[in-house]
Design a protein around this ligand. Structure first.
Ligand code: AMP
Length: 213
């Protein structure tokens, strides 16, 4: 079964997705990561994407849907995908249903991590992600873990779009464009809201409870 992890930027979707990946052999499909990979390739498309992301704007549905389709059609990931950062608008939500049904797949759980704007700001401003293992740490809350990070702390990098102005823009975009997806999903019987404000372990336990494991 596929899983959607939904919530505002900085809600902890990426962090929690990593736990599900490790524990249950899932594949994390982060559209943000796919877009950042394209930027790293320094293609024309990559620089177009970079321009949008660095201003807190969305990449076009056409670009994101193309990247998404490549993963959904990969048989290795069949029915084992965690969608992280997708869908981000109602059109994307409808598109996801179309592609999944085309390939005879379904969404088993929609998990909404609910976190307030104050907490999001603190989390995003301190966020560092490892270039090698993709682990996310926070420079304010995880000082020791950063020093002892197994890949070496030099691989822990801050994202360019994790600065105050862009965070505000991303939150506004979320409220305007992504929150309607919540209304679209909240009546679904597979929908669960989880308070995403607590400790990482507590949230992981709650998610595991939902996934019945
Ligand atoms: P994230 O890593 O999920 O925080 O995404 C980083 C940025 O990538 C977002 O602020 C958007 O600009 C872009 N992005 C990620 N996912 C999508 C999507 N599904 N649709 C459009 N833009 C996206």
């Amino acid at each position: 079964m596929n899983i959607i992890l939904f919530g505002p930027p900085g809600a902890g979707k990426g962090t929690q997705a990593q736990f599900i990946v490790k524990k249950h052999n899932y594949f994390q499909l982060s559209t943000g990561d796919l877009l950042r990979e394209e930027i790293k390739l320094k293609t024309t498309l990559g620089s177009e994407i970079e321009q949008l992301i660095s201003n807190g704007k969305f990449a076009s549905d056409k670009i994101v849907n193309t990247l998404l389709r490549q993963s959904i059609t990969n048989l290795k990931f069949r029915d084992r995908i965690i969608f992280d950062g997708y869908p981000r608008n109602v059109d994307q939500a409808k598109n996801l249903e179309i592609i999944l049904s085309e390939f005879d797949q379904t969404i088993g759980h929609i998990i909404f991590l609910n976190v307030s704007k104050d907490i999001i700001e603190k989390r995003i401003m301190g966020r560092m992600t490892c270039d090698k293992c993709n682990m996310s740490l926070n420079e304010f809350f995880n000082k020791e873990q950063i020093e002892l990070h197994p890949c070496g702390k030099e691989f822990l990098k801050k994202r360019k779009d994790d600065n105050f102005d862009v965070v505000v823009a991303r939150y506004e975009t979320y409220m305007k464009t992504t929150k309607p997806v919540l209304d679209y999903y909240s009546k679904n019987e597979n929908f669960t809201e989880i308070d995403g404000a607590g400790e990482i372990d507590q949230i992981t336990n709650k998610i595991n409870g939902v996934l019945n494991v």
